[in-house]
Design a protein around this ligand. Sequence first.
Ligand code: MHF
Ligand SMILES: O=c1ccn([C@H]2C[C@H](O)[C@@H](COP(=O)(O)O)O2)c(=O)[nH]1
Length: 283
Amino acid sequence: MKQYLDLCQRIINDGEWVNNERTGKRCLTVINADLTYDVSKGEFPLVTTRKSYWKSAIAEILGYLRGYDNAADFRALGTKTWDANANQNDVWLNNPYRKGEDDMGLCYGAIGRAFPKPDGGHIDLLQQIIDDLSRGVDNRGEILTFYHPGAFHMACLRPCMYSHHFSLLGDTLYLNSTQRSCDVPLGLNFNMVQVYVLLALVAQITGHKAGQAFHKIVNAHIYEDQLELMRDVQLKREPYPLPTLKINPEIKSLKDIETWVTLDDFTVEGYQCHEPIAYPFSV
Ligand SMILES: Nc1nc(=O)c2c([nH]1)NC[C@@H]1CN(c3ccc(C(=O)N[C@@H](CCC(=O)O)C(=O)O)cc3)CN21
Ligand SMILES: O=c1ccn([C@H]2C[C@H](O)[C@@H](COP(=O)(O)O)O2)c(=O)[nH]1
């Protein structure tokens, strides 16, 4: 929690104003932040200085792991977070590749579960990683990437947290996740939860202990219409102790994640938080 609040404060103290063409808004911006979550110690990084919708965050990462490319599928899992990007952005609405209502196009899991090969066909990057890790192999390139510049024109948004690199040391699994662009008041709330859950889940289904997750953020920003709420409300609050996350131990394979896992398989214990803050969202 401290590392999150420190980053927010750093943006306010040292950030520079940058015009963003896509959203038409200015963002107070810093470059480079490194956050660490110790999954082995159960340090679940849930923001306590406002109500944080952790179920929505877990639904997003489950949808990515399932290879979803449609906001309706994300809603069925329990999150509306893709509705706006799929259905309210004029550039995407006028894109000839958009397949209709709720389509997100070729991004996130739609790439990671079926990465197009230059010589034809696809690779299921996640399945390959799970297979390797399950037999104790780390080939030093266990990288789940959602980043495919050749598909950007066929997607509603480029992936923000675009790479997840798993490593095995003995029987402990580590994760390095990289994010190119980060909406600190809204997105990062979710992204911290997602990095933690990704390591915990993959460790569980591949039969390893979870170690640390390292989260690298390149462009960390606060939109101009979010600044006052962050500076004058959220940062004035004292954080509470971190809660803990429990994952159903019956989740044992990628197939389980793809077929029957729901948000009921995740519980958060001891979550004490301040009042919600409704930050404006930029489409
Ligand atoms: N500008 C922007 N920021 C983001 O964080 C973001 C995008 N766009 N587009 C793609 C995804 C969608 N994500 C989202 C979208 C909406 C919320 C949001 O509205 N959160 C509210 C309510 C959450 C709820 O009720 O489930 C929040 O208070 O956290 C958060 C993350 C993260 N990403
Ligand atoms: O997981 C996510 C997804 C998106 N974001 C934020 C970061 C930016 O504010 C926007 C994306 O805009 P770009 O113009 O494509 O950078 O969404 C996030 O923080 N976390």
